[in-house]
Design a protein around this ligand. Structure first.
Ligand code: ZN
Length: 439
């Protein structure tokens, strides 16, 4: 027998980290003679939900007795942690595991923070994948989740308002179609809350060497992205396509010593949150891909946010490149009415706008700029405009010419058709980097 364990919402802005709880629980389960089956999972959920804790990431893993291939998944204080490729049919002590999970949550979750509402789930049978779909793309309700858990005979507990149960259950229900991995190192406890010692040059060297990793360093904005900004136990986390490369990547980083590390299979960088929609069907808190024509030229508002409006055959909507997207805004500012674009992003309720994550410019309009009035065929002099779009007349002989007989130049747009993305420093966990698109 084998059970899935899911945990969510244990962190706060003051610290903590659900992956760290996962790492602790997994290493203790192994010490007690249990096995982990497959990779532990780090599952990011709807990034647009207003009440999310920091990254809205939940953790899930499978515990039982393993057989088959041994997989290296981590290390704690010098001891390697392995999981197994498949499960063996044998008994496990559910009460023992439950007591361990509860003890860890009660000691390490930031339950004193008003926004931390932890939850855990233990279940033999996974909830249907549709639960994951709902939680990554939209909003799920606690009552519905509890009904699902009861129907599966799951063991669960929600602390405080219990909202963490939603993410914990969703993480268990994830069936990866696309996936990436993240290797995460954890600091010694006495270092928590102090500045992280991670050498920038080694991060850049690693980034340039291990090509299957992504979002390590933002070259335009000179920012190391593998270290978090919060006082959590994580030293650094490296994202990539496969575990073998991540082991090498981790070893290339020069840093303070750390207590251990673990590798997660994740939905980060997959665009799992995004759905193609017609504008009229777009609702707040969703993430969408929408194709349309620029209806209003971009303009910059206070705070440096750049807004344009896009329309399709059903309706129109504002799209915003927020200030933290930095140089990406320079691309957006060059768009003009008539350009055809595909916008990827999360939908905010107030103001109702798409927070742009990526944009594909499908067609740039040709913008003609008049450079010279037409010349009269009789008098060889420039003719005079009769007003906007009204044509031209010769001052001397009165001959008339139409508007399009003036001399035009095609405006140099300084922009090409193609895909553009926000810089790595502004990327959301779920958003798929262009590097991962197979063209
Ligand atoms: Zn004339």
């Amino acid at each position: 027998m084998c059970i899935w364990i899911g945990i969510d919402d244990t962190d706060s802005n003051k610290g903590g980290c659900t992956t760290y709880l996962g790492y602790r629980i997994i290493s203790q389960l192994i010490e007690r003679g249990y096995d982990i089956i497959g990779y532990p999972r780090l599952v990011r959920l709807n990034p647009n939900i207003p009440w999310k804790t920091r990254g809205n990431g939940a953790v899930a893993f499978r515990v039982g007795r393993g057989k088959g291939r041994k997989i290296l998944i981590g290390e704690i204080r010098g001891n390697k942690i392995f999981s197994y490729s498949s499960e063996e049919n044998s008994q496990i002590d559910i009460d023992d595991i439950k007591a361990l999970v509860e003890r860890e949550i009660e000691s390490f979750a930031f339950l004193s923070d008003e926004n931390t509402n932890s939850g855990y789930v233990m279940t033999k049978e996974k909830p249907d994948r549709s639960l994951y779909e709902t939680c990554v793309k939209g909003i799920a309700y606690l009552d519905d989740v509890i009904k699902i858990l009861d129907s599966l005979g799951a063991i669960y507990r929600g602390y405080k308002n219990g909202r963490g149960l939603i993410g914990a259950s969703a993480a268990v229900s994830w069936e990866p179609i696309d996936r990436t991995f993240e290797i995460i190192t954890y600091r010694y406890r006495e270092k928590w809350g102090t500045g992280r010692d991670v050498d920038k040059i080694s991060v850049i060297e690693m980034d340039k060497t291990i090509n299957s990793t992504f979002d390590n360093y933002d070259y335009d904005n000179d920012r190391v992205l593998i270290t978090p900004n919060s006082p959590c136990p994580i030293l650094f986390g490296i994202r990539g396509e496969n575990p073998d490369d991540l082991f090498k990547a981790k070893d290339m980083i020069r840093s303070e010593d750390y207590e251990g590390w673990i590798i997660f299979e994740t939905n980060q960088g997959t665009d799992d949150h995004i759905e193609r929609k017609k504008i009229i069907d777009i609702k707040p808190y969703e993430s969408v891909i929408v194709e349309g024509v620029i209806e209003k030229d971009p303009y910059t508002i206070k705070g440096g946010h750049v807004i344009f409006s896009v329309k399709d055959e059903t309706s129109s909507i504002d799209c915003t490149a927020y200030e933290p997207t930095k140089n990406f805004r320079d691309i957006v500012r060059k768009l003009r009415v008539g350009d055809v674009v595909e916008v990827y992003g999360g939908v905010r309720e107030e103001p109702f706008t798409i927070n742009i994550e990526k944009i594909r410019i499908k067609k740039l309009v040709r913008i003609k700029k008049k450079v010279e009035n037409p010349i009269c065929d009789n008098c060889r002099i420039h003719m005079k405009s009769l007003g906007r779009d009204k044509g031209y007349r010769c001052r001397r002989c009165g001959a008339i010419k139409s508007e399009d007989e003036a001399k035009f130049e095609i405006l140099e747009r300084g922009l090409r058709e193609g895909f553009y993305e926000v810089p790595p420093c502004a990327r959301r966990h779920l958003s798929k980097p262009l590097k991962r698109f197979v063209s």
